[in-house]
Design a protein around this ligand. Structure first.
Ligand code: ADP
Length: 453
């Protein structure tokens, strides 16, 4: 078999596949050869009167040929399998061809894989973001040049434990509990002051991790500018608003005011109150954003807080006529800030009351569920259709802005709730069905709970 027949292009390959897969042909080729040898040796044997002897010699010759082929096949497989196989006939030719083709496929595949890995690697090398591979033993396996710039990794760090190099306590906590931070973590850079790095770890395989990090200093700056702007403008609005509200109130109290002015003043009074509420909510939000959750470590007496909420709800409820129920099952207290929790829970209760048509049912509960404790407010109100639920905690997001304004809402209540809960490492769950009512749940983790003594 010629060399070119062993290096076919795809088309030749297909043709050969057909040819060589017909093992039958090769066996019959061998049989034909055997018969030919037997005929020739038989004829010679008959000619010189030793028929059986020459038949036996013919058979031996045939087997010798087969053994020679076997020897050559073995030689080629063990020593020269990169070179074209030796030229053989019959079944050996088919065998060699199939082995050679499988090897060629394997090599092509390998080359493709190596090319792919090379390409992936060079694109990772060119990335602005840091990419670090961490093995099962938490050792650094591979990283791109950006990791050296952003995380300070050095050539000699290969195979070193990642936590001995990136030693920020927050990072260590994140590394060991990746699932607790689905959005990753923002760290202050140790290499350059005032620089912030967003880190995200993804687990893969058996305990391996892929770390991606990028510079978010610019985004942080913009975010800070936004916070400062809202904070400043709220502070600036406060003084003129107080002056205006004061005058409006004083003038409204004047009994001699002509009737046609009365309505206008009432409206001015109402709008000034709304603006005040808005400014206060904005200031509270801005404070919540700038504070750290660590400072919230009072023991908040939940029995007291729940009773306070219940009393406030009864007061606010007078014009709505709902039945308000208190369900105090858990004996746990919360470790946190009482003012903030009172404000968040109060928002949920007020919403339940104002978004429920008169004479509804409102239940305020504090319960244990396994390891966690849940504060919840359930109402029989107008409910919320599912597409709005994920957006409710956005600032100024309202399902029905007319109704919200009518009820004096600022559109910031649930944003405040979300921030307060985040500061207490708790989260909000909302279950609702239109026209059937809603349940807002604040779920507190075990480490934020203080069990009864
Ligand atoms: P608002 O000041 O408008 O009440 P919130 O942030 O407190 O602002 O609430 C956002 C929106 O969520 C509300 O405008 C309202 O459409 C909806 N919402 C909140 N609580 C309830 C509830 N208990 N039932 C129905 N809708 C609610």
């Amino acid at each position: 078999m010629s060399d070119s027949s062993f290096l076919p292009d795809d088309i030749q390959d297909e043709q050969h596949t057909e040819q060589h897969s017909a093992l039958k042909n090769y066996i019959s080729e061998d049989i034909r050869r055997l018969i030919l040898i037997l005929i020739i040796s038989g004829l010679i044997g008959l000619g010189i009167g030793h028929f059986i002897l020459f038949i036996a010699l013919g058979l031996m010759f045939f087997f010798a040929l087969q053994f020679r082929s076997l020897y050559l096949v073995n030689q080629w497989i063990s020593q020269h399998s990169n070179e074209p196989p030796p030229e053989l006939s019959g079944i050996w030719s088919a065998l060699l061809f199939n082995v050679y083709r499988a090897q060629r496929r394997e090599r092509t595949l390998q080359a493709e894989m190596v090319g792919l890995i090379d390409r992936a690697q060079s694109s990772l090398m060119a990335l602005e973001e840091a990419v670090v591979l961490i093995d099962e033993e938490h050792c650094l396996e591979w990283w791109n040049p950006a990791s050296e710039r952003l995380l300070g990794l050095k050539l000699g760090d290969r195979r070193r434990q990642v936590l001995t190099i990136l030693r920020n306590p927050e990072f260590i906590k994140y590394f060991n509990h990746v699932e607790d931070h689905p959005n990753g973590l923002i760290l202050q850079s140790t290499l350059q002051e005032g620089r912030f790095i967003q880190v995200k770890i993804t687990r893969f395989g058996y305990e391996s991790r892929l770390l991606v990090a990028y510079d978010v200093t610019h985004i942080r700056k913009l975010e800070q500018m936004r916070k400062d702007f809202v904070d400043n403008i709220s502070h600036e609005l406060r003084t003129p608003l107080t002056v205006l509200s004061g005058y409006i109130e004083t003038l409204s109290d004047n009994d001699d005011m002509p009737q046609r002015w009365r309505r206008a003043f009432d409206q001015m009074h109402q709008q000034a109150r709304r603006m005040n509420a808005l400014v206060n909510d904005l200031l509270l939000l801005s404070r919540l954003e700038n504070e750290s959750s660590k400072s919230k470590n009072q023991i908040v007496n939940m029995a007291e807080l729940m009773n306070q909420l219940f009393d406030d709800a009864q007061g606010y409820n007078t014009e709505f006529g709902h039945s308000v129920h208190l369900n105090l099952e858990s004996h746990n207290d919360i470790i946190g800030s009482d003012i903030e929790l009172a404000s968040a829970f109060g928002n949920l209760v007020t919403n339940a009351i104002k978004y429920t048509p008169n004479n509804g049912d409102i239940t305020i509960s504090w319960q244990d569920r396994g390891d966690v404790s849940i504060f919840s407010v359930q109402d029989t109100g107008i409910g919320i259709s599912p597409e709005h639920i994920p957006r409710l905690t956005e600032r100024f997001y309202r399902v029905d802005s007319g109704r919200s304004r009518e009820t004096g809402g600022t559109g910031l209540g649930l944003a405040i709730v979300k921030h307060v809960l985040a500061q207490h490492e708790a989260h909000l769950e909302i279950e609702s069905q239109e026209q059937m009512g809603s349940t807002f749940k604040a779920v507190f983790p075990k480490h934020r709970l203080q069990p009864p003594e």
